[in-house]
Design a protein around this ligand. Structure first.
Ligand code: NDP
Length: 447
């Protein structure tokens, strides 16, 4: 088996050797899915995984725009259309200086499995730009978004590819992108999700990824007859996912100890309660400030510059910032401090060695493709509402989100349970996600 996996990975490396994040994501899937393929004749010998690691289409384009000083700026835009076997491509747009083809291919590959797990008919894609929104004026953001969409619009559509937000792309950016798409196509369709409430957005979409992650953590804890209530929770990030993960933890009776951004983390021993969280939301979403400013209002908290929060003693950890933000030494610190549950809000925040440490210690560990799927699932619900020209209530969407997270959890149990009863959620999510996409690909023939 080891040889088969290595031979496959060698082939993928030959073609994508300069794309470390993509190789990391493929390796994790190959190690769990190839043994399953080998045991199941319908998938064996059909190069099905090899077909899945090759994007159906990778679009790269120039984005020229003019900044507030009248200077012409040039960025690179991308859309990776990874797999459309079970539905239109679906996945976020990321605006961050680190964006490149490797990062977007890893995200698009993960998205295929994640979208399959949601039970909704969505293929996988991802896109974005190396544009850095930090420090830009609203007008600069608008001009960039318009320039970006003036090329992307050719490749997307409500039945073809439906992008959403991701790091650096929130409701403001989706608004500017949607405005340009509508102007160029002269049609009002659900071509983007994460829209504002008055122009086609779904209630609960902003909250969905963070809420869904906590619902998933709660499901994992239930398997041990435990709950979030009374737990000390450490969260990284302070963006969309982190904010609503914190809100749901508070609603379920947990205590939030930390939040972070790329400059460091804040630790509030007394707990970040609803009032303090409302301050963070205002700081991050309206003033677009830095998390260290929290101390100006709550001076009893501590700010650790340039560090991540994994050394803080906790029961539950929710990495909600970015990829590769939790390393083996961080995993060991969490385990030494008695952490019993890690549920990923971000995509691939834990490195392979960190995950191995969690598995060895047999704690509850959920990979992002399962635990953060609530965001794209609710985007799927936004698409449905747009097609129906109808709007569900907050409660209706939240209940559907809870049901979807529960179904994803069940799928992980179905494919991830070891003989000793321990659940390997990574294996469970990878195989459950794979089966649906692979079956559709086989049914559609070699295309
Ligand atoms: P936001 O842009 O709203 O927030 C990102 C947060 O992570 C910010 O606090 C940011 O700090 C921090 N961050 C970003 N890059 C780094 C870095 N290199 N090092 C340290 N901190 C960093 O993004 P989201 O909350 O939407 O996304 C967070 C994660 O969740 C990503 O991995 C994304 O792919 C994933 N995700 C998001 C979904 C969604 O619905 N939004 C759905 C599923 C997954 P700073 O402001 O300093 O950059």
């Amino acid at each position: 088996m080891k040889q088969k996996i290595e031979a496959f990975l060698d082939l993928v490396k030959e073609r994508n050797g300069h794309e470390p994040e993509f190789l990391q994501a493929v390796e994790e899937v190959a190690e769990t899915v190839i043994p399953y393929i080998v045991k199941h004749d319908i998938y064996y010998g059909k190069n099905i995984l090899l077909r899945m690691v090759e994007p159906e289409r990778l679009i790269s384009f120039r984005v020229s725009w003019v900044d507030d000083d009248g200077e012409i700026q040039v960025n690179r835009g991308y859309r990776v259309q990874m797999n459309s076997a079970i539905g239109p491509y679906k996945g976020g747009l990321r605006f961050h200086p680190t964006v490149n083809a490797s990062i977007l291919k890893f995200l698009a590959f993960e998205q295929v499995f994640k979208n399959s797990l949601t039970t909704l008919p969505m293929g996988g894609g991802k896109g974005g730009s190396d544009f850095d929104p930090k420090g830009k004026s609203d007008n600069e953001i608008m001009r960039f978004c318009h320039a970006f969409m003036s090329e992307l619009f050719r490749y997307i559509g409500p039945n073809t590819d439906v992008p959403a937000g991701d790091i650096g792309v929130g409701t403001r950016e989706i608004g500017f992108l949607f405005g340009m798409y509508k102007k160029l196509q002269n049609e009002f369709t659900g071509v983007l999700t994460g829209k504002g409430m008055s122009w086609g957005g779904s209630l609960i979409r902003p909250e969905a990824t963070g809420y869904g992650n906590v619902y998933f953590a709660q499901k994992m804890l239930e398997t041990k007859n435990d709950t979030i209530k009374g737990k000390d929770v450490v969260i990284s990030g302070s963006g969309n996912v982190a904010q609503y993960a914190a809100e749901k933890v508070l609603q379920l009776g947990g205590k939030v100890l930390t939040l972070s951004d790329s400059s460091g983390y804040i630790y509030d021993e007394a707990g970040i309660d609803e009032e303090k969280l409302a301050y963070v939301m205002e700081l991050k979403n309206v003033k677009r400030g830095r998390i260290s400013e929290y101390l100006e209002v709550y001076p009893d908290a501590k700010f650790e510059k340039g560090k991540t929060p994994w050394g803080v003693k906790c029961d539950v950890a929710l990495p909600c910032a970015t990829q590769n933000e939790l390393f083996e030494e961080d995993a060991k610190k969490l385990l030494d401090n008695g952490c019993i549950c890690v549920s990923e809000g971000a995509n691939m925040p834990s490195t392979k060695d960190a995950i191995a440490a969690f598995h060895e210690a047999k704690i509850l560990f959920a990979p992002g493709k399962a635990s953060n799927a609530g965001g794209v699932a609710t985007s799927g619900l936004e698409m449905t509402q747009n097609s129906l020209r109808f709007k569900w209530s907050r409660e209706e969407v939240d209940n559907k989100l809870k049901d979807i997270m529960s179904d994803i959890h069940k799928s992980c149990l179905e494919y991830g349970k070891d003989d000793d009863g321990y659940v390997d959620y990574v294996r469970g999510a990878n195989i459950a996600g794979f089966v649906k996409v692979a079956d559709a690909m086989l049914a559609q023939g070699i295309v």
